[in-house]
Structures are given as C-alpha cells and as structure tokens.
Unconditional design. Structure first.
Length: 313
C-alpha cells in the first residue's frame, strides 16, 4: 500500500529536500499540497480501481504535465489493465526526467517490481543517486535494490558511500561489512574467500570494535559470524565472555555458543561444566544432556590416554 506522507514528508524536519531535474517537492508545504492532490489517486490504485486511477491521473496531468508521481501511478494502472506497452511508455517518460522525490521513485519501483524488472529498479535509483548524492532515502533504497538483485559488489560500493556520507549512523558501516560477507558467500573461489573477502570483513569490523562503536546485538552477531567463518574459535570464545558477548540477550543461546567453541577446541571439561549449568537451569533440555554425556566421555578418554602415556614413559 502506498503512503504518500512517507514519500513526501520523510526527513523534512532534518533538511529541505534537494531540488533538481524532475524533483517535485521542494518544501514541506509543497509536499503536503501534492499529497492532497494525489490522495484520491493513491486510494484508487490501492483499491484496484485502475480505470478510475487512469482518469484521475489524466485529470491531474492536464493541469500539471510534470506531476511525475501521477504519471508513474498512471503507468501502474495501465499495466494492471493489460495495457503494458502504454504503461512502459509512460514510465519511460518519468525515468527520463530523473526524478528525485520518493513518491515518484516508489511508484516507478512498484511498476518495475510488478513486471519483474528488478534490475531497472536499481538503475533508476542509481541515476537518482548521481543527481542527489547526499539524499539518504535514495541511497538506502539503492542499497536495498542491489540486495534484491544480488549485485553484492555494487552493494558494497553503496554501503561505503552511505557510511562515508552519514558517518554517525553505525548501521551503514555494518551494511558495508555485511556486503563483503555476502560476496564471500557467493564466491566460487575458496582461496579468494579466505584471502580477500573474509580478511577485509574482519579488518572493517575490528576497526568498528576498536573505535568502541559496537553496541547493538545485531552488530555483535555480525562480528561473531565473521570470526566463525575465519575459524577464529579462541577469539569467538573471548568475545562471548566479554561485555560484547553479554549483548546477546538470550543467556541460553550465548551458553550454547560458548559450548560450541569449547567443543571445537576439545576443552571437554570446561564444556561439560558449562553444560552442567545449563542442565541445572533447564533439566528437560535433552540436547544439552546428550552433549554433556558426550563431553564427559571425551574427557575420560582423553584422561585415560594421558594416563597410559605417562605409564608408558
């Protein structure tokens, strides 16, 4: 469902919307005026009244030919009535105007999503980002469009742009790191993954930690994910037992992570001790009980092996 207030009014309290070719809303007052004009058209599109939407759009465009949100909404209505060629022709006119307001961009995006042309959504936002390089809304939508099409290299570039343009927003820094991880995930060359992508992700996240900016659970999880993929089990365990680790809000989950690390490190006695705490808190946790028995068996076998070795010596 369309929400024109979100499209026109977003961020207006922080700064004026940028102006340029095809940009309609240059002030909060103008944004509200355009919203009122378009409200019936939005309702018609939302309610599937496509013929009515086309009529309303034509009426608005006769009064204001360059009302690009109306043109884009008309294109959607044309598409939904089976007039795909006409819809594409209208939306092409809008795209050539290089719109920068969210109302138009969202409507154009909706058109291309309904036709399955997701790459064109990225193209539209990429052009808009060139015209309005400091528009946060446009850059975040561009980033998300690259997620949808799986273009992780451009995702990384856009994440870096967001992080550099809006350095106070830590989420953008983590988006940048995540884009590197996604490239590692889809890369077919394991050597490149281990020597380029994962080390780069680690350097970026370490800088974030060193700058003492990490304070959200999702950020800690990202950090742990990188360490796990690099096989840095000791470091993972260290993080879990630090202030950062305590940002994992579920004690049970954090405990499971710690046990997993201890098992990988063959520290059977410590793993068994940690599992014992979990079992005392939750005696019905059968998975923990089975793992506890496994760790105890491993501990006894290791002890027996060491004893035999000593006797043999």
């Amino acid at each position: 469902r369309f929400c024109p207030r979100a499209h026109f009014g977003r961020g207006a309290e922080k700064h004026e919307l940028e102006t340029g070719p095809g940009e309609m809303a240059t002030s909060q007052a103008e944004a509200q005026l355009i919203e009122r004009k378009l409200r019936p058209l939005y309702d018609a599109v939302d309610n599937g009244q496509n013929k009515k939407a086309i009529q309303l759009a034509d009426k608005l465009l006769r009064k204001q030919e360059d009302l690009y949100p109306a043109k884009a909404l008309k294109a959607i209505a044309l598409l939904r009535t089976g007039r795909s060629d006409e819809g594409h022709s209208v939306v092409d006119q809008v795209v050539r105007a290089c719109p920068g307001d969210q109302a138009t961009l969202q409507a154009v995006s909706m058109f291309y999503k309904e036709t399955g042309e997701y790459e064109k959504v990225s193209e539209v936002y990429a052009v808009a980002a060139k015209h309005y390089p400091k528009n946060e809304d446009i850059l975040t939508h561009l980033f998300m469009s690259y997620v949808r099409v799986g273009d992780y290299q451009k995702l990384q570039q856009t994440g870096a742009t967001l992080q550099k343009t809006f350095p106070d927003n830590g989420a953008y820094y983590c988006w940048r790191v995540m884009s590197v991880l996604l490239q590692a995930h889809v890369a077919s060359n394991a050597t490149v993954v281990q020597t380029m992508y994962l080390p780069l992700a680690e350097r970026l996240i370490n800088k974030y930690v060193d700058d003492k900016r990490m304070d959200a659970e999702a950020e800690v999880r990202l950090y742990l994910m990188i360490l796990e993929k690099l096989g840095h089990t000791e470091k993972t365990l260290e993080v879990l037992n630090s202030e950062l680790g305590r940002k994992i809000r579920s004690p049970l989950e954090r405990g499971d992570m710690e046990v997993s690390c201890l098992v990988k490190l063959c520290r059977w006695e410590e793993a068994a001790g940690r599992l014992k705490e979990t079992i005392l808190d939750n005696p019905d946790n059968w998975a923990s009980i089975k793992m506890y028995i496994h760790c105890q068996v491993k501990r006894v076998l290791l002890l027996a092996k060491e004893t035999v070795g000593c006797e043999g010596g």
